[in-house]
Design a protein around this ligand. Structure first.
Ligand code: MG
Length: 358
């Protein structure tokens, strides 16, 4: 009785093991026969029986009369009333087949897709989900602003509507002398460009600007200003993201609002009407230089204008220039500069300026 029980258990175990072990032919196979005829096989062995499907891009059919002997197999399929015998052999993840079509032997080669249970356990243990989990470092926790317009908790606020404490005049580094009124900063063209006291390298910038409702003049003379993403010297030296009234105001495309001045045409004109507040969200990746001043990696910029991407990780050719070709000049970190353009149209305004160092 005991012996009978034991052998029952052993046989049951062996049966289970056989059922679990995938044979060398089991699995999905993809390849070609003849010159260029795509073929997919999904095969399953059960003892010396083979079942599964044969297919191509048009669909698949069950195979018939499937037989297995070691690594060799044979089965049949049917196409438009013609029975087609197929035989083949498997070596690892490669399958060689021969298709007998109307007496002609057509060779084919297929490869295993996704591995089988047997090859997976034999050559490369299946990975666990935990092996690709990265727990460190943990991103710092910040408090987002009330809306996407508002500064997150780790932002440096450059202008919150109260004063210009974060800014100086570009020409002599004296206190910035633009107009602050009712929470709004307005360009003082006579005072010239202003820039941040602090220097930055890579960052995310949020800035809002408004062309006066009653703007005059045309083209580049209509509400021209600019945001120099890195101010590398006096005047207009640096990398200018153009600010201009580009609402139904024609000018050269690489000089309209959202352009990297005279380098990159914006991907769309997302301009609002004069008198309406507009938003730039900018991601600036500063250029890097070797010790002797050669460019190691060029600058890149992404600009979102009123919610629309207008510069998509654009690779700059160098500093923006009014005349001539752009070229790079070594810098490590630089202030952000706002342009007091010399045109005679009414001065534009800014508000809610903040930056996050990256
Ligand atoms: Mg400008």
């Amino acid at each position: 009785m005991k012996k009978y029980l034991l052998s029952t258990v052993i046989f049951a175990f062996l049966g289970l093991a056989t059922a679990l072990a995938a044979g060398p032919i089991d699995g999905k196979w993809v390849g070609k026969i003849g010159d260029d005829y795509a073929l997919t096989l999904e095969l399953k062995t059960d003892g010396d029986k083979l079942t599964g499907t044969i297919g191509n891009t048009e669909g698949s059919l069950p195979i018939t009369d499937g037989q297995v002997s070691g690594n060799n197999f044979s089965f049949k399929t049917e196409r438009q009333g013609t029975v087609i015998p197929i035989k083949g052999t498997v070596e690892g993840d490669k399958m060689i087949i021969s298709v007998n079509y109307n007496g002609n032997e057509i060779p084919g080669t297929l490869t295993r897709q996704g591995g089988s249970a047997s090859t997976a356990t034999a050559s490369a243990p299946r990975m666990k989900p935990e092996e690709t989990e990265v727990w460190n470092p943990v991103p710092k926790v910040i408090t987002p602003g009330k809306t996407p317009l508002d500064a997150p908790s780790d932002a440096i606020v450059l202008f919150d509507g109260k004063n210009l404490d974060q800014w100086v005049s570009v020409k002599d580094k004296s206190p910035a002398n633009w107009t602050v009124e009712k929470g709004v900063l307005t360009v003082n063209k006579a005072a010239g460009n202003i820039e941040t006291k602090q220097s930055f390298k890579n960052y995310q910038l949020h800035i809002e600007w408004k062309i006066p409702e009653k703007i005059s003049l045309t083209g580049q003379s209509r509400g021209n200003s600019g945001i120099f993403l890195a101010s590398t010297g006096p005047g207009d030296a640096g990398y200018e993201l153009q600010v201009l009234d580009s609402y139904e105001n024609k000018t050269y495309s690489n000089g309209q609002a959202g352009s990297i001045y005279k380098q990159a045409i914006p991907l769309a004109n997302a301009s609002k009407k004069p008198g309406e507040w507009q938003v730039y969200d900018v991601i600036w990746t500063a250029p890097t230089f070797t010790a002797d001043g050669a460019v190691q990696t060029p600058a890149h910029v992404t600009v979102i204008h009123n919610g629309a991407v207008v510069q998509n990780n654009y690779e700059l050719k160098g500093e923006t220039v009014y005349i001539g070709q752009p070229k790079y000049k070594k810098y490590e970190s630089a202030p952000i500069k706002l342009q007091a353009h010399g045109d005679k149209s009414e001065p534009i305004s800014f508000r809610n300026i903040w930056v996050r160092e990256l």
